[in-house]
Design a protein. Structure first.
Lengths: 74, 156
């Protein structure tokens, strides 16, 4: 939809995008997503500004990776 | 229930379209979706706009994250994060996040300028956040002009 010089671009995230976003957080905070998840469960992510987004990406990763494996098996 | 989540996504699109039409959100307005394992795909999932963020006409950005699910025929925002940041670094962020610390990190909280502390905050949603941003930072009224352009130099 193009109207008045703006465009709402909607689509599903891809597994590659999610992995790239996770790697960006891992580089920024110097820890793996697994380490982040453990800290999150212990309530030790006070200084991770994007902890809500990071944990959401991990959920998206689990789903998309599962779909990917399912597709490869079929 | 599938219709409810689908309608909610349309609602998000309509909101962003409205701010696009008003010239507050020009250019590409990127919105991404993903399903998650614990919610059937047609009953909820993740709605996200971050890298790229939503970009306002003055270069300010809003990073958006919502995890939503239809519960009792209503959309529930299970988790959210709305991070608005101006080009000079001033930011606020409203979040709903799992937490067992009622005072230092309430489930519903907000940050202003710094990532700490987590101030208690009311439940919000994208519609309210966009109204707050538009009325405070993009209005032509005197009130808005008293906010935008101010510099602060502080040490906590």
């Amino acid at each position: 939809m193009v109207e008045n010089d703006f465009y709402v671009e909607e689509r599903d995230m891809t597994l590659e995008e999610v992995v790239a976003a996770l790697k960006k957080y891992e580089r920024k905070y110097g820890m793996t997503s697994e380490e982040f998840y453990k800290k999150l469960k212990k309530g030790e992510t006070y200084l991770v500004s994007e902890s809500v987004d990071w944990s959401g990406l991990l959920e998206a990763y689990k789903f998309l990776n599962g779909q990917n494996h399912k597709a490869h098996r079929e | 229930m599938p219709a409810i989540y689908s309608e909610y996504k349309k609602h998000i699109r309509a909101l962003l379209t409205e701010y696009g039409r008003h010239g507050i959100l020009p250019g590409v307005i990127p919105v991404r979706f993903s399903s998650v394992e614990d919610i059937p795909a047609d009953e909820g999932g993740i709605i996200r706009a971050r890298d790229p963020d939503l970009v306002f006409r003055d270069g300010a950005k809003l990073a958006l994250y919502e995890k939503v699910q239809v519960v009792n025929n209503e959309i529930q925002l299970l988790k959210y994060s709305y991070h608005y940041e101006r080009p000079n670094g001033y930011f606020f962020r409203y979040e709903r996040e799992d937490s067992e610390e009622l005072i230092r990190k309430p489930e519903y909280h907000m940050h202003v300028i710094l990532d700490l502390p987590h101030f208690p905050a009311p439940a919000v949603n994208l519609e309210l956040i966009l109204k707050v941003i538009a009325n405070n930072f993009y209005s032509q009224e005197v009130y808005s002009r008293q906010i935008v352009g101010h510099e602060i130099h502080l040490t906590v």
